[in-house]
Design a protein around this ligand. Structure first.
Ligand code: ADP
Ligand code: MG
Ligand code: ZN
Length: 500
């Protein structure tokens, strides 16, 4: 018997565990001087250290440590006065040393938290997510499986290896088990990754592009009977690569676990893969047996012992917290909670802020980014920020409306044109010949026509029945193909019929 989501929530409590990997935006790799630029020709950014050649000696990238400490501080963590790197031993073709240099029982940052807000039908709720640890490690290379239909290793003819990514500094941020989110577990998971991404972006430590893999989330989920103490068995959905997918993957796993438990079956502890197209997960690697990675302290690297005053210097230069920034913007724009949440959810806060900074009225700026632009973004299943329209364009459109050179309706055509790549607003206005008909004589000609066509309606208006004017205004707007300013038409019409 599978349960509906509502029934599941009555019976079980979901527990989350979120592991986020973020590639740091340092110029060079974690333990060598190779470049980290994305998209270079395969195997052009390698050296004896990141290829794991015998005798090559690694040196820690100080910038990577500074970034990691900044992340830890922003997440309210303690910073270890002394921590060591460890070798995590296993074989994989994209990891030429046969071990990953990581941290094990001595992470550089530990014991923090992050508060996240979720917009629910019961209002905006806040949840505290406890952070277990923030540690440093290095990324692996990339395997490309060729010749198969799916790009996966199964069914492939051969594999290619690109070591450009091997050794790029990676920070892993791991939560404690997160309980108490109830039915909002999927939304909390999403809000956490979103908030974390905003923090990392504000710190300038990573370009946090989920679609390019510079920020990746593994979502652990388990269920336990409500009231039970002991945690259920978790599954770990790997490398979920968008905020929306984080939410969908958690929900899908909750439903899958519940269906198993209701049948009296057990959940297998394993990794899983999420599929965007079906919204389902499929099994990956079993984790029933704890793997023994034979961790041991890395003998080639000195321990990390950041000086107190260095830590304090990093703390003193932390930027404004995204949550504080949101509060500040909300107050200055005078927006209700719901609208604020809508902007955050649509990820257009930056765009709205920049549009306002370019002189647009906050209400206008917001209504474009949340209205027409969000609608088109939704239709195309893309984030609004990836459409080819900029805050500059929107500020210009708002200004043109203000000057009476565009009506709302015409402005929508211009915005659509910009999004379709036809050019900047001015060019589109010129190319499409868009202009507001504000010339009184042209409007009067259309008004006279509308009265001729509907004389009985005009009589009503003359007799004082003002609402009837709507039909005439509509006819004028139609004749001028929406290029007339409706308020102006109304004014002229009522005057003409002796009502103003
Ligand atoms: P692994 O190496 O298997 O990925 P980690 O300890 O790095 O293990 O990460 C496991 C994540 O899952 C952590 O965030 C942890 O808090 C969380 N977690 C552990 N047990 C459970 C459980 N039973 N249910 C949900 N989450 C869990
Ligand atoms: Mg993991
Ligand atoms: Zn290198």
């Amino acid at each position: 018997m599978s349960l509906t989501y509502e029934k599941l929530i009555d019976k079980y409590e979901p527990v989350l565990g979120l592991e986020v990997h973020v590639e740091l935006g340092t110029k060079s790799k974690m333990f060598c001087g190779c470049s980290t630029v994305f998209g270079a020709e395969p195997n052009t950014q390698t050296c004896p250290v990141c290829l794991g050649l015998p005798g090559a000696l690694p040196v820690v990238n100080a910038k990577a440590i500074e970034y990691t400490i900044a992340i830890g501080l922003a997440l309210n963590c303690s910073i270890a006065p002394f921590s060591r790197f460890a070798r995590k031993n296993y074989f994989y073709p994209d990891m030429p040393k046969n071990f990953q240099t990581s941290q094990y029982d001595e992470p550089i940052c530990f014991g923090g938290y992050l508060d996240v807000k979720v917009d629910t039908d019961e209002g905006v709720k806040e949840f505290r997510i406890e952070i277990e640890r923030v540690h440093m490690e290095e990324d692996t290379g990339k395997s490309l499986h060729m010749g198969g239909a799916t790009g996966r290793i199964h069914g492939a003819d051969y594999s290619l290896l690109d070591y450009n990514r091997a050794g790029i500094p990676l920070v892993e941020i791991v939560t404690k088990p997160v309980a108490g989110t109830g039915k909002y577990a999927p939304e909390v998971a999403r809000a956490y990754v979103s908030e974390l991404r905003d923090i990392l972006r504000s710190l300038g430590v990573s370009d946090v592009k989920m679609e390019q893999g510079s920020l990746r989330c593994d979502a652990n989920v388990s269920l336990r009977l409500i009231g039970a103490e002991k945690l259920g068995t978790r599954s770990e959905t790997k490398n979920v690569n968008s905020l929306r997918s984080v939410e969908r993957a958690v929900r899908s796993e909750m439903l899958r676990h519940a269906a198993l438990l209701e049948k009296g079956e057990r959940v297998i502890q394993e990794t899983r893969h999420f599929h965007e197209d079906t919204g389902d997960t499929t099994p990956g690697r079993s984790k029933e047996q704890a793997e023994d990675y034979r961790y041991f302290p890395e003998p080639d690297l000195v321990p990390v012992a950041p000086a107190k005053d260095w830590i304090e210097k990093i703390r003193a230069t932390l930027p404004e917290k995204p949550s504080a920034r949101r509060t500040r913007l909300q107050e200055s724009w005078q927006v209700p909670d719901k609208e604020m949440a809508a902007m955050i959810n649509a990820d257009v806060l930056d765009q709205v802020e920049q549009t306002v900074n370019l002189g647009a009225d906050p209400t206008r700026a917001r209504s474009w980014w949340l209205g027409e632009i969000a609608r088109i973004a939704n239709e195309r299943e893309l984030p609004a920020s990836s459409l080819p329209i900029t805050p500059n364009d929107v500020a210009e459109v708002v200004a043109l409306i203000g000057k009476g050179e565009l009506t709302d309706k015409l402005a929508r055509q211009v915005v659509e044109g910009v999004i379709n790549g036809e050019g900047r607003p001015r060019e589109i206005i010129e190319k499409r010949g868009i202009k507001v008909v504000s010339d009184d004589s042209a409007l009067m000609a259309a008004i006279v026509n509308s009265i001729k066509a509907q004389p009985e309606v005009a009589e009503k208006v003359r007799g004082g029945h003002i609402p009837a004017a709507g039909a005439l205004i509509g006819a004028v707007m139609k004749e001028t193909k929406g290029q007339a300013d409706a308020a102006k038409v109304r004014e002229l019409l009522l005057k003409h019929l002796g009502q103003a």
